[in-house]
Design a protein around this ligand. Structure first.
Ligand code: ZN
Length: 180
């Protein structure tokens, strides 16, 4: 009796997984069909690479910003805890090679000409990297990220001088201050 029940559950579970797989494949097929051919190529001319934080609160606002810039489907993305902080803070030195290797790959595959780095307010990674005081109030927080993003722009200029760099600090509501 127990075995039969278990078997039924397995079948029900299998059914759910199959439906999920089906929906996923339909979603991907639908998305690909809606994009122009050039935007679907794995290699080719794309506009930019985005560097952003893994913070779940920032996923939608950052996407919306990129969409507002007319860049949907035209950029690659490197997501890492802290965004530019991960690339310049001594605390995360071991992570850096992954960013630079990824950038070189995106340059090769997508022939990007720009990096857009978006840090964000209330980033827990800033606390880990520079201490609680580094984002104690909005003014200090701005100063911290301004310094981080300046260091980031200098690092890009050193590694890939041909790349343009746009850097910004995004608030949780999606509003952004661009630093250059
Ligand atoms: Zn963050």
């Amino acid at each position: 009796m127990r075995a039969t029940t278990s078997c039924c559950c397995c079948e029900a579970l299998d059914g759910r997984i199959d439906r999920r797989r089906l929906l996923r494949s339909l979603g991907i097929a639908g998305l690909a069909a809606s994009l122009p051919i050039s935007a679907r190529a794995a290699e080719g001319e794309y506009d930019a690479m985005l560097l952003s934080c893994i913070d779940p609160r920032m996923v939608a606002p950052v996407y919306k910003y990129m969409e507002g810039q007319g860049l949907s489907g035209k950029y690659s993305q490197f997501c890492i805890a802290g965004a530019a902080i991960a690339v310049v803070a001594p605390k995360f030195k071991a992570w850096r090679p992954a960013f630079w290797d990824n950038t070189a790959t995106s340059l090769q595959l997508h022939r990007i000409n720009k990096i857009i780095a978006i840090d964000h307010r209330d980033c827990g990674v800033a606390r880990v990297a520079y201490g609680n005081d580094s984002i104690a109030n909005p003014q200090v927080e701005t100063r911290t990220h301004r310094a981080v993003l300046e260091e980031f722009r200098e690092a890009v200029a050193k590694h890939h001088p041909q790349l343009a760099v746009v850097t910004g600090l995004m608030a949780l509501d999606g509003s952004i201050e661009i630093f250059s």
